[in-house]
Design a protein around this ligand. Structure first.
Ligand SMILES: Nc1ncnc2c1ncn2[C@@H]1O[C@H](COP(=O)(O)OP(=O)(O)OP(=O)(O)O)[C@@H](O)[C@H]1O
Ligand SMILES: [Mg+2]
Length: 116
């Protein structure tokens, strides 16, 4: 469903997506009262980024994840890596990303046992 009267916000988020396509990082903060349309705006921005051909990853940070090492990283990247074949996985984890590989192994070499 289209979001109404959010052209300015969508343009800002689309500019962030365009920057991402140029490998320029940015952060956007969406804030507003309950029910104002934050999730709807985010959904529209994600769809627009997909239309640009970008891979869109998502995760939700919550207090429950605090005891789970790299929980948000797993939320973001596990689906992408699980769907990737060996060649794509190798490309995704090449270069600087190789340092993250131990965290992202299926067995989770960095997962720690809770002591209580
Ligand atoms: N700009 C908009 N155009 C059309 N529908 C909208 C718009 N903004 C919000 N809505 C609709 O209003 C309802 C509430 O929006 P949404 O869930 O995005 O709000 P929210 O700010 O994320 O709420 P919460 O604070 O509870 O997380 C949804 O049904 C959504 O589709
Ligand atoms: Mg919401």
């Amino acid at each position: 469903m289209a979001v109404l009267e959010r052209e300015e916000e969508l343009a800002l988020l689309d500019a962030a997506a365009a920057a991402a396509a140029r490998a320029e990082g940015s952060v956007a903060l969406i804030e507003g009262p309950a029910g104002i349309g934050k999730t709807a705006l985010l959904r529209a921005a994600r769809a627009a980024a997909r239309e640009r051909g970008l891979t869109v990853l998502g995760g939700v940070a919550s207090a429950l994840d605090r005891d789970f090492p790299f929980g948000l990283v797993h939320q973001l990247l596990d689906p992408l890596l699980a769907a990737a074949g060996p060649d794509r996985r190798a490309r995704l984890l090449a270069g600087a990303a190789a340092q993250a590989e131990p965290v992202l192994r299926p067995q989770g070499a960095f997962c720690t046992a809770s002591t209580g």
